[in-house]
Design a protein around this ligand. Structure first.
Ligand code: 5AD
Length: 491
């Protein structure tokens, strides 16, 4: 399979489309012309793009939860609660795991069982099975705009059905919904399948319908260095823009060190302005994900993690924040817990509305390093592809030039190792084959050596493990136990 970063011809798209719509019977109900007419009648306040534009212009941070259950009426009830009680600005529809794997038979069985058991037997909303009309029922029952959130390597049919169903925002991308989610799906395959999704969104745009696209920023969710996730966000955004996407929300997942996180959000905006300079009529916004790693079980502690995420999103001026809940360590939240996560976040965001982190040397240095690292990776990717971004990405994954920590995919090199420095910023303990200059490599080494000295141990894999568990255990940096006791005894 040979892929290239070139806008698909309508002929190519339509040829593949025929097969896509046959994947499940509900595909036959998608009529693009009718869907465009339907979308035209959706009022602006129910479009994600309009909400994002308004937020960007007024400098506020919108809040959005995750949520999805098996049955249409229960899903509407859940989203209404999050809209009215939680005051969510943008509503989600989280798709169940069977649908994410294109296993519509088991999703169908899950719907049936949910009816029988009178509770959701799926971990999300099976939008393909419910079909275009089912999605429209949901969209029409709510006053706020809706986004599809999932984790699907091949999301072509899901996109067809949900966009025809009135959703105005679609999350994911050929890297971010493959490498962290699948083991056996090649990067060529997912880039190709996501070019289809983006071409579909491009078709809506050509017909005057604005649909937002959002690459999934946090990737594997734990200790992902900003330059890794920025590279993926830029790559997926550029591939999407080539297919005609005009509204992009680039994402970043909270690492936990305030200065680094604010620097990441600011540098993401600045990098995007540079990399998308050739696409004149594109709207770029950002989304910040509250902590995506392990959570404390204790609800009060979990609220602290949620609030710290909301603070960072506000101070970093993200356009949107995806909220967590105090049930995070346990599984899918109740609607009440979900609304509480929203309310706690909104309180912090409102209180910080008029504040920002003043420019300072530390912040500027972080921004400079993130930008340098990202540019070094991006340059190398383009070089590998001899100017073609899609080909470059495939080669970059093979060579470990793009490398995502802790990913299950066998198409990912898995050579890099991140760990926190003495202030909790995420650094490269091992940069694997990332094409960094000596300056960058030394910067990271020094930061980790400094932490090692303070903890009386070498910077090693043990630090990585300690850091993965730290937040769940009530801290940010995973310090050795011995050290903690000494600290306590001095107080
Ligand atoms: N409802 C609410 N939250 C969900 N998540 C996954 N599925 C659902 C759902 N159906 C959340 C997880 C985790 C994140 C990756 O998505 O709890 O926070």
């Amino acid at each position: 399979m040979k892929i290239e970063n070139k806008k698909w011809s309508l002929e190519k798209f339509n040829q593949i489309r025929e097969e896509v719509l046959k994947q499940w019977p509900t595909g036959q109900d998608v009529d693009l012309e009718e869907a465009i007419e339907y979308q035209k009648n959706i009022e602006p306040k129910k479009r994600v793009t309009a909400k994002l534009k308004e937020a960007k212009e007024s400098g506020i941070t919108l809040i959005q939860p995750r949520a999805g259950v098996a049955l249409i009426d229960k899903h509407i009830e859940l989203l209404r609660f999050l809209q009215d009680e939680g005051k969510a600005d943008i509503l989600p529809t989280t798709i169940d795991s069977y649908t994410r794997q294109n296993n519509y038979e088991d999703a169908e069985a899950g719907i049936k069982e949910s009816r029988e058991e009178k509770r959701s037997m799926l971990n999300g909303f099976p939008a393909v099975n419910h079909g275009v009309q089912g999605c429209r029922e949901v969209v029409e029952a709510l006053a706020s705009p809706l986004q599809v959130r999932h984790g699907t390597p091949d999301a072509r049919l899901l996109a067809e059905i949900t966009l025809a169903g009135g959703f105005t925002d679609f999350e994911g991308g050929g890297i971010s919904y493959n490498i962290p989610y699948a083991k056996e799906v090649s990067i060529e395959r997912t880039i190709y399948d996501w070019q289809y999704v983006d071409r579909l969104v491009g078709l809506y745009e050509e017909n005057g319908i604005s649909i937002n696209r959002e690459p999934f920023g946090p990737l594997t969710g734990t200790l992902v260095p900003p330059s890794v996730s920025h590279t993926v966000a830029l790559v997926e955004g550029l591939l999407a823009a080539e297919q005609g996407v005009k509204n992009l929300t680039l994402g970043y997942g909270q690492c936990g060190n305030l200065v680094q996180d604010v620097a990441a959000l600011e540098s993401l905006r600045e990098l995007a302005a540079e990399y998308f300079a050739d696409f004149k009529d594109i709207m770029l916004t950002t989304v910040f994900h509250q902590w995506m790693g392990g959570f404390p079980q204790d609800e009060a502690q979990a609220f602290a993690v949620i609030s710290w995420g909301a603070s960072t999103a506000a101070l970093g001026n993200a356009t949107k924040v995806i909220t967590k809940t105090t049930h995070e360590a346990l599984g899918i939240p109740t609607k009440e817990a979900n609304a509480e996560g929203l309310k706690a976040s909104k309180q912090v965001i409102n209180m910080l509305r008029d504040q920002s982190l003043a420019s300072n040397d530390k912040l500027e240095k972080e921004k400079e390093m993130i930008k340098k690292e990202t540019k070094q990776i991006m340059d190398h990717v383009l070089e590998l592809g001899k100017g073609d971004l899609a080909q470059g990405v495939v080669k970059a994954f093979k060579a470990g030039v793009i490398d995502i920590p802790f990913a299950p995919s066998r198409f990912n090199a898995g050579k890099i190792l991140p760990a926190r420095d003495n202030e909790g910023a995420v650094r490269y303990l091992d940069h694997g084959n990332l094409p960094f200059t000596e300056e960058i490599v030394k910067f990271h080494q020094k930061k980790l050596e400094d932490r090692g000295k303070d903890e009386g141990r070498e910077a090693s894999f043990q630090m990585v493990i300690d850091d993965i568990y730290a937040v769940g255990q009530g801290e940010l940096v995973g310090r050795p136990k011995k050290n903690k006791k000494e600290e306590n005894s001095c107080k």
